[in-house]
Each structure stands twice: as C-alpha cells, then as structure tokens.
Design a binder for this molecule. Sequence first.
Ligand code: BGC
Length: 419
Amino acid sequence: MKKLLPLVTAAAVAFSLVGCSSSSSAAASTAAASSAATGNAAKPLCWFNRQPSNSSTGELDKTALNFNDSTYYVGFDATQGAELQGQMIADYITKNAATIDRNGDGVIGYVLAIGDIGHNDSIARTRGVRGALGTAVTGSDGKADYQPVGTNTDGSSKDVQDGKVGSLKVRELASQEMKNSAGATWDAATAGNAVGSWSSSFGDQIDIVISNNDGMGMAMFNAWSQANKVPTFGYDANSDAVAAIANGYSGTISQHADVQAYLTLRVLRNSLDGVDIMTGISKADDAGNVLTDADYKYVADERSFYALNLAVTADNYKDFTDSTVTYKPVSTQLDSSKHATKKVWLDTYNSADNFLGSTYVPLLQKYDKLLNLSVEYIAGDGQTESNITNRLGNPSEYDAYAINMVKTDNAASYTALLK
Ligand code: BGC
C-alpha cells in the first residue's frame, strides 16, 4: 500500500526515529560544508538511477560518489526490491500450484529477460529471481551467478540449476541480455522478439515470463504471453504495466520513483540552500515536506539514498495506476522568497528508456516546480556517453547537475567537464 500519512503524523514518525536510524544519519554532512573544490567542481552533483560503480564487479566508484562535499547518489534498494520480486513470483507459484504447469510435464518453466549484465539493478534482479525460485548457483566470484543461460530446456546449463518452490520443480528454460544491435540495453523490442523465438521452439514448456523491468516485460506480454495466458512479471510499476494487471499482467515492483525523483532534486536544493542535507527528507522543511524510514534509507559511507520498493499485484494495483503522481508527504511548494530559483542541468541516458521516460522524468518535471528549480532536461541515445557529454558544453551556466550515465563505469567522463 502506498503511504499517504497525513503530514503531521509523518513528521512525528520521522522525528521520533531520528537518532536510532541509519537512514536519518547524523553523519550526513551539511551540504554547505567547506570544500577544497572551486568553480563548477564545487557545485552540487546528484548521480541517479545508475550508481557510479565497476560494471564487472559492482564495486562502488567512491571517487565519483565523493566528487565534492555536495555529491550524492539517489536510487533504490536493489537487493530489497529484487528479493521482493522473487518472492512475489514464488508466492504466485504457490498460490496457483494446481494450475500453473501448462503442459503437465512436472516442471515449472520460466524465461527471463535480462536488462544489462553490467548494471547493478539488473544483476540484483536476476539474482533475486533465481534465489527465490531455487535456480541460483554460486559463480566464480563466490556470489550468485547472474549470467544469461541462452537456452536451457534440458536443464544442463552451468549458470543455473533446477530449483524448487514447495514441492514443484522449477527450471530457467531461457534467459538473454536484451541488447539491440546498436548496443542499447534493456531493449523492449529485443525482448518482444526473444519471446517470439522462445515460444515458437518450446512455447508449451513456458509457464512464467519474467523480466528485469516492465519495458521488456510489457513487450513480451504484448507479443505473446497475454494471448497465451502465461503469467508475466516485471519491475518498475510503469503506468502501462500497472494498467495491464487488469488484463492479466501478473505483477510488478514499484521502486518508489515518486520518492527517488524527489530526492534527486531535493539534495540539490538543500546543497544550494546551504542547509542540512536531511532537510525535507528526515526533517520537515519550512513547508512541512518530510519522508519517513518506510520510504528510503541513507547509507552515509556510500553517499547514497535508496528508496524502498513495494510489490504491486492484483491485490493492490489500483493504488498505483498513475506512476507520475508526486508523493503526497513531499508535495508542498517551497516559498520562492526563501528558496530562489536555481538552474540545474539534468540528463537521462536514453530517451527511449520506458521507466525513465514515462515515470521518472514526468515526476522530476513536477518536483522541479515545487522546489523552485529550473531544470534543463537532456536525453541521450542509450549507447554513447559523448552523445550526452557533448551537450554539457557550458557547465558554468548551471548551479547544479544531476547525471544518469550510459554506463556505470563512466562517471569520470562527466566530472572531467566540471572544472
Ligand atoms: C529501471 C529500468 C531502467 C534502468 C535504466 C532501472 O532502475 O528499473 O527499467 O531501464 O534503470 O538505467
């Protein structure tokens, strides 16, 4: 259920938690803290959606996360959300045990669309699904393997094993990174084509369709699984996916984009105002905006805010039908006489990304007004960092920056421009 606590209650809860919670950490620095950096290098910077990190090992890029004293990352808790997605699917299997095995072969077969094998959210979701369905194996790095299997209809893949949910045997029949020929990842059209070829070679064995996101999940639902009444699960709670729950899409996860979009701009606003970074986050601001510990967590040594995820299924989808509505507890306009308009440069890595384009950016466009920020929005081609960095020709024109990289390894291509 979405939290719609009255402001006063929400504020009281938040205050009562201060001091005992890691998310309301006293270690969060005051945004205006003095820094050796000057000029553009000292301006507030928020990484969002793609956390600066090594795309092979997942190790955080602490240099980028500590670029200056006003640098933060905003995303969501990938592990918590991934476990929730896996659990939602396992619960569905348990609940529908009597009917789920479509061809009665004694194996619950699923196919999995993987977004980007170098993206930490995608990796977490693949692991979350395999973990909950018992199909995960330990990879060479000692952690759960997240590699695509290609096809595994005979159960011989080394990257997964046959799992169990209750007494039912589960098999990952196929999985693939959905990357198009131009290199764009999380590619919905590629996922639609993949389910077409999987279904034509082993369609009657497919009992469940799973995707790392709704963009790809909906492409598979529209291409095949809706017509064949095969349960389909995605992630993101995009409005079209939530609406499709009424027509048989089985479930998705809300990554609380309404909280993430707020935090993305809020940390910039606070840094520009020179106030405690937790203003309007764990502490009510002068307009009464505040979040609670149920909405997000803050990990001080990662300089990162993570929104918490919620499962969206047939039981509760009506609360999530419009993914672009701002979160009520943080939807009060700031007074422009106290928070003067500032200019922000913000990019999204791919103009064709369903989640960013249909959910995140529309939310940002509402919060920018509430927070008195004049934001210039740039969208990349999803493939080359230079397509975006070329459009940050004059960083001095802006008071702050919000950055969504094509690849999580590439933070330095942006910070190099902020001198
Ligand atoms: C979203 C995906 C999106 C990706 C882009 C993920 O957090 O869930 O849908 O495509 O971010 O970076």
